[in-house]
Design a protein around this ligand. Structure first.
Ligand code: TXA
Ligand code: MG
Length: 287
């Protein structure tokens, strides 16, 4: 369901449930699996999810709850559908009181991208959400217009320092005031989307796509009614396949032990487009 935050309305799902997260992508019609932000009610819940250096804790002391997202080393408590297979996780404690009540009652991290169809303008009212996603989501919790209205500022936090990954609702100047150190800015000013890097998806084994049958001693990552080592969805359900994708790639790679992996054809529609995007990266020639 969609819910208000002070930045934009988010489309939320249980961050530990890969199928729930896959349904977020399906509802948004998002063509690729970008990593998502996990929303929690308080600092204790945030500490369960990521490791942060002291400087980031200090920043959080001042600006959480608020329009600030911190990306730290993941403790592996959420679905790989949320991290898109990355070792890091983005976490935010929103300031909107309704969001915080909701998150406290849910008692689990909630993955939420902005509640708009992919490629469209972010929603700052419940009406925007309905206009874009009516019929595709269960509900929207209406708390009037968002007070911030632009997405959160995203800061990467490692022992090497803090990096601005996305400018947003918390001014960079405020962050520099809080931590007294200059952020490392990306030269091109673009959003750092490590989920797009091929190497993050590449298994150790070689990967061959659109395989109708195995060749030699290959292992088959199946889809639909095939005899496979692991099957993303025996019933050919793309939502189920998306939810299983990262976990099964890890598993079959561990089983391969020098053998190659081949993958059944996946239909190029719905979540299949995102699945194929990630599979093509996994199969791409390695550096
Ligand atoms: O204000 C917001 O942040 C809103 C509300 C709903 O909280 N959410 C939002 O989510 O803007 P979304 O999915 O539209 O944007 C998430 C951004 C993406 O640009 C993604 O690349 C980045 O967060 N991101 C997520 N995890 C990351 C990670 N581990 N490393 C770097 N960037 C990450
Ligand atoms: Mg968005």
């Amino acid at each position: 369901m969609a819910f208000p935050t002070e930045t934009v309305y988010g489309l939320g799902g249980d961050a530990a449930n890969g199928e729930a997260v896959a349904r977020i992508y399906q509802a948004k019609g998002r063509p690729s699996f970008n990593p998502l932000i996990a929303h929690v009610a308080d600092r204790a819940a945030a500490s369960e999810l990521i490791e942060l250096p002291d400087v980031a804790h200090h920043l959080a002391d001042i600006h959480w709850p608020g329009p600030l997202t911190l990306v730290g080393k993941s403790k592996g408590r959420v679905s790989e559908m949320v991290t898109a297979g990355l070792p890091t996780l983005a976490v935010r404690i929103p300031a909107n009181p309704t969001a915080r009540i909701l998150l406290a009652k849910v008692g689990r991290p909630v993955a939420a991208p902005s509640a708009n169809p992919s490629g469209r303008i972010s929603p700052t009212t419940a009406g925007h959400v309905i206009a874009g996603l009516d019929g595709r989501i269960a509900a929207v919790l209406d708390d009037g217009p968002c007070s911030v209205g632009v997405e959160s500022t995203i800061i990467g936090a490692t022992e090497d320092g803090l990096t601005l990954l996305r400018p947003g609702g918390l001014a960079v100047e405020e962050i520099e005031k809080a931590v007294g150190e200059v952020l490392i800015r990306r030269n091109d000013g673009s959003i750092n989307a490590p989920g797009q890097l091929a190497s993050h998806y590449a298994p150790n084994a070689s990967v061959r796509l659109d395989a109708d049958r195995t060749v030699g001693d290959e292992l088959l990552l199946g889809f639909g009614k095939v005899d496979a080592t692991l099957n993303l969805s025996p019933n050919g359900d793309l939502v189920e396949a998306a939810a299983n994708l990262f976990a099964y790639l890890h598993q079959i790679d561990a089983l391969a032990n020098g053998r190659g992996i081949c993958v059944s054809p996946i239909p190029e529609h719905g979540l299949g487009i995102a699945i194929n995007d990630r599979l093509r990266r996994a199969a791409a020639p390695r550096k």
